[in-house]
Design a protein around this ligand. Structure first.
Ligand code: URP
Ligand code: ZN
Ligand code: ZN
Length: 464
């Protein structure tokens, strides 16, 4: 199958130029001028006049079909990857979980089963490590070397569920020094947060906003400082996930200025929402219960600055949807029982274009960098993914900078009964989405199929 995307403006992380793009089979074969006159007959032509042709988005932080506190995240690999595609994201990296007292292998097998035959776009896995011992350290080597899973998430939060102590984190970090993997850290001081939660509940402060107020930004800053220190002593890179607070960003910046390989991602919710959302009437604030929490208004300015300066390497979603009905509701009368997480897999690209590029906060190259190229490079998918270049997978998005979307739970494709951006209008959205040469979204119509998405074995991060 040959597809010609003609008359578009190709935008990569470094360049913008007028060019046609030829897709043959699963790959981009040519990027050049006037290809229609040079390549002969094609099976399909897409006219991209007035549109950008960009690499498909890569979301390196999702939780599909994930059990959490007696519930399970609402999107599975079929509904989640389809929603991702509608939003212009053509690859994602989801978090497999080591079972309590179980082996990493078991967690990996579980996640392969969840995804196989269901995923509509390509995917990889990180592994959440909750128990560091001789066996799991050995398994980490195997995952990096043989299984294409070179990244691991560990937590300084959620005591009794995911938290691991500093010594365990340090041992795992040292191990990645030998095997070339990357440790991703959820950095909040969980034990101290638990004291604040206990005290709030004892006072009768049970509303959703207390989720935010019991997780102060200083405790994200402290944990971020700590995990960077551990990585520095272990002499390995570290990647801080879902960074929300300017206090944590300051720690990353300070370390990077000293030459430490500290990477961090933020998420759209920390750029476009704030603590004010927790103050919404009734129980509506529960929609925004996630960890780390939304921060006070003004904090987002620091994050945008960090994105411009590359102290924040990219924007992931932390897509972890729970319905209000039957799930978030479990925390009525006790905010600590509200499942943590929010939807975002579909909204990321349009929010960042509208609030980033159109608002003049970032340019188009930086948009491509933070949504696709940087995740590809850091998480071992580059150059197969993350660029519009001959030889790359034809994961390509034709992006109309003028296309408007009014976001609503009634029309979005995520399997969740609310949208955190309900009623918000964004300008800039995909019209055509290709995954390895297959046209899977065409002008809001679904053309893809479950099972098209493949597991991608990833390499270790590029920069060490
Ligand atoms: O609230 C969140 N972020 N839920 C998903 C789990 C995690 O910590 O990333
Ligand atoms: Zn986390
Ligand atoms: Zn997460």
């Amino acid at each position: 199958m040959k597809t010609l995307i003609k008359n578009g403006t190709v935008a990569t992380a470094s360049d913008i130029f007028q060019a046609d793009v030829l897709i043959e089979g699963e790959k981009i074969s040519l990027v050049g001028i006037n290809l229609a006159q040079r390549v002969g007959a094609v099976d399909r032509t897409v006219d991209a006049t007035g549109k950008y042709v960009i690499p498909g988005g890569i979301d390196p932080h999702t939780h599909l079909d994930m059990p959490f506190g007696g519930t399970t995240s609402a999107d599975d690999f079929e509904t989640g990857t389809r929603a991702a595609a509608f939003g212009g994201t053509t690859s994602l990296v989801d978090f497999a979980i080591q079972p309590q007292k179980g082996a990493l292998r078991q967690g990996l097998d579980d996640w392969h089963k969840k995804a196989e035959g269901k995923a509509c776009v390509d995917y990889g896995f990180h592994m959440i490590v909750r128990d560091v011992n001789k066996d799991t350290l050995g398994e980490m080597d195997t995952l990096v070397k043989n299984e294409g899973v070179p990244s691991f998430k560990m937590f300084t939060a959620y005591p009794g569920v995911f938290l691991v102590d500093d010594a365990s984190i340090f041992r795992a970090m040292q191990r990645t020094g030998g095997n070339g993997g990357l440790i991703c850290m959820h950095a909040e001081n969980g034990p101290v947060i638990d004291v604040l939660i206990e005290q709030a509940l004892a006072r009768g402060d049970t509303a959703p906003k207390w989720h935010g107020l019991t997780r102060p930004p200083r405790l994200e800053g402290e944990a971020t400082n700590r995990v960077i220190a551990l990585a520095e002593v272990a002499k390995v890179p570290v990647y801080v996930v879902h960074l929300s607070a300017k206090e944590a960003l300051a720690e990353v910046r300070e370390a990077r200025d000293r030459g430490v390989y500290a990477y961090a991602e933020t998420c759209p919710q920390y750029l476009f929402l704030s603590h004010d959302n927790y103050e919404e009437p009734d129980f509506e604030g529960a929609k925004y219960v996630m960890s780390p929490p939304l921060r006070m208004k003004g904090n987002e300015d620091s994050l945008w600055h960090g994105l411009k300066q590359d102290d924040l390497a990219l924007v992931a979603t932390d897509h972890c949807p729970f319905c209000m009905k039957g799930e978030k509701e479990l925390g009525r009368g006790n905010f600590a029982k509200i499942p943590n997480g929010a939807p975002g897999i579909e909204t990321r690209m349009s929010l960042l274009w509208d609030g980033g590029v159109r608002a003049g906060r970032i340019d188009i190259n930086r948009f491509v960098q933070i949504t696709s190229t940087a995740p590809a490079k850091i998480f071992g998918l580059y150059p197969r993914k993350g660029s519009v270049a001959p030889g790359a997978d034809a994961d390509v998005v034709v992006f109309d900078p003028e296309k408007e979307i009014r976001w609503s739970a009634k029309t979005h494709h995520m399997r969740v009964d609310y949208n955190p951006y309900e009623g918000r209008v964004t300008r800039g959205a995909p019209t055509h989405v290709f995954s390895r040469g297959e046209l899977i979204v065409e002008n809001d119509q679904w053309r893809g199929k479950a099972g098209h998405g493949r597991f991608i074995k990833r390499a270790g991060p590029l920069a060490r």
